[in-house]
Design a protein around this ligand. Sequence first.
Ligand SMILES: Cc1cc2nc3c(=O)[nH]c(=O)nc-3n(C[C@H](O)[C@H](O)[C@H](O)COP(=O)(O)O)c2cc1C
Length: 147
Amino acid sequence: MANVVLIYGSTTGNTEALSGHVAAGLKQAGANVTVKNVTDAGVDELADYDAIVFGCSTWGEGELQDDFIDFYDGMDGVSLEGKKAAVFGPGDSEDYPDTFCEAVDILEDALKNSGALIVTESFKVDGDVEPAFGDAEAWGSKVAEAL
Ligand SMILES: Cc1cc2nc3c(=O)[nH]c(=O)nc-3n(C[C@H](O)[C@H](O)[C@H](O)COP(=O)(O)O)c2cc1C
């Protein structure tokens, strides 16, 4: 059974809510999942897992959610060779058409640069997250099946 860590950063709770559903999907497809707020997670811990899922909303103009910034900075120079990974996050294409879900792309690049393999296309939620809970679960299962 693959050991997966799901680390999320969330200011108003949207990414946190999605994380619960992604985690449920991962579990349903047979993964062993640890869910952590990025405020309680350290880059060193990533070595303990087979796979890494990041969930992060986009703030400012295409920036990482605040709590994720230190963690992201800490990833510089870390080797995640042999790890599998996937990224999701909510955003708002109506108000931020040029920077829609850019945090997801930033984290995907950071994972790739560290040597991790992205196993599934990222999952981006536009606007209200509640209608996307089912899709979040399905995406989680898809990730687990790709491990
Ligand atoms: C001040 C502000 C800036 C934002 N900037 C972006 C952005 O650049 N791109 C984007 O896709 N969404 C942007 N959003 C939308 C948030 O990412 C969205 O509300 C998200 O669901 C928040 O998730 P969270 O509660 O997990 O932090 C912004 C929202 C606010 C209020």
